[in-house]
Design a protein around this ligand. Structure first.
Ligand SMILES: N[C@@H](CCC(=O)N[C@@H](CS)C(=O)NCC(=O)O)C(=O)O
Length: 206
C-alpha cells in the first residue's frame, strides 16, 4: 500500500491544519518536519518536494502531490463527515475557507509571526502591529457572529472549515496577542475543537 508523506512546518498553523485532520481521521502517514529556516526546509525545497515553495505539501505515495493547506483538507476530507454532501453546504464551507486564506491568515497569522519569529521582528513596527490588532479583532468579531446560534461554522457538525479556521485562531491570543476574552463564542468553539476524539494540539508532532 502506498504511504502518504506530509512535509510540514511544526510551528505553522497552515501545516497544523493538515496534521490535525489526519489525526482526527486516524490516518497513518510519514511526517517530515521542516521548521522555518531549517536545513530540512532548504533540502525539501532543493529536492523539489515543495513545488510551490511553501508547506504543507502532501505526497500521496503514488507520485501525486498536493500543495495548499485548504486544498489538502478538501482532498483528505472528501467522502468523510468533514465535508458536507449538499452543494450549498459545500459552498458555505468553502466561503469560510476562502475567508480564512484571503483575510484571516494575512492578519491573524502575520501578527503572530511578527511577534514570534525573531527574523521577522524588524517588520513589527508599532503602526503595523496596531493596525493588525484592530483588523484582527474585526475579523474575529465576524467569526464570533458566524457562530451565533450554532456550534460549528457550517451548522450542527464540524467541517474542514472549522479546521481551517482553527489553525491560527487557536493561538490568536497566545501568539498573536489578540484579546480573546472579547469573543466567548470563539473560545467555546476552540474548547469544542479540543474535545474532538483524536484531537492533537499544534505542539504535538507525529
Ligand atoms: N496558502 C498556503 C500558505 C503556505 C505558507 O505560507 N507556508 C509557509 C509557512 S506558514 C512556508 O512554507 N514558509 C516557508 C518559506 O516561505 O520558505 C497554504 O495554506 O498552504
Amino acid at each position: 500500500m502506498t504511504e502518504m508523506t506530509l512535509y510540514s512546518m511544526p510551528s505553522s498553523g497552515n501545516s497544523y491544519k493538515v496534521r490535525l485532520l489526519l489525526a482526527l481521521l486516524g490516518r497513518a502517514y510519514v511526517h517530515v518536519p521542516c521548521e522555518a529556516g531549517s536545513v530540512a526546509l532548504s533540502e525539501a525545497k532543493a529536492e523539489g518536494k515543495a513545488p510551490l515553495g511553501k508547506l504543507p505539501v502532501l505526497h500521496l505515495g503514488d507520485g501525486r502531490v498536493l500543495n495548499e493547506s485548504d486544498a489538502i483538507l478538501w482532498y483528505l476530507g472528501a467522502g468523510t463527515a468533514w465535508v458536507p454532501r449538499e452543494p450549498f453546504d459545500q459552498a458555505r464551507m468553502l466561503s469560510w475557507m476562502f475567508f480564512e486564506q484571503n483575510r484571516h491568515e494575512p492578519v491573524i497569522a502575520v501578527r503572530a509571526a511578527l511577534r514570534c519569529y525573531p527574523e521577522r521582528a524588524h517588520q513589527a513596527t508599532p503602526e503595523r502591529m496596531a493596525a493588525l490588532l484592530q483588523e484582527g479583532h474585526a475579523l474575529l468579531a465576524l467569526m464570533e457572529d458566524g457562530l451565533a446560534g450554532q456550534d460549528w461554522f457550517c451548522g450542527a457538525s464540524p467541517t474542514i472549515a472549522d479546521i481551517a479556521l482553527f489553525g491560527y485562531t487557536c493561538t490568536a491570543g497566545t501568539r498573536g496577542g489578540f484579546d480573546m476574552a472579547r469573543f466567548p463564542g470563539l473560545q467555546a468553539w476552540c474548547a469544542r475543537m479540543a474535545a474532538l476524539p483524536g484531537f492533537v494540539s499544534l505542539e504535538h508532532q507525529p
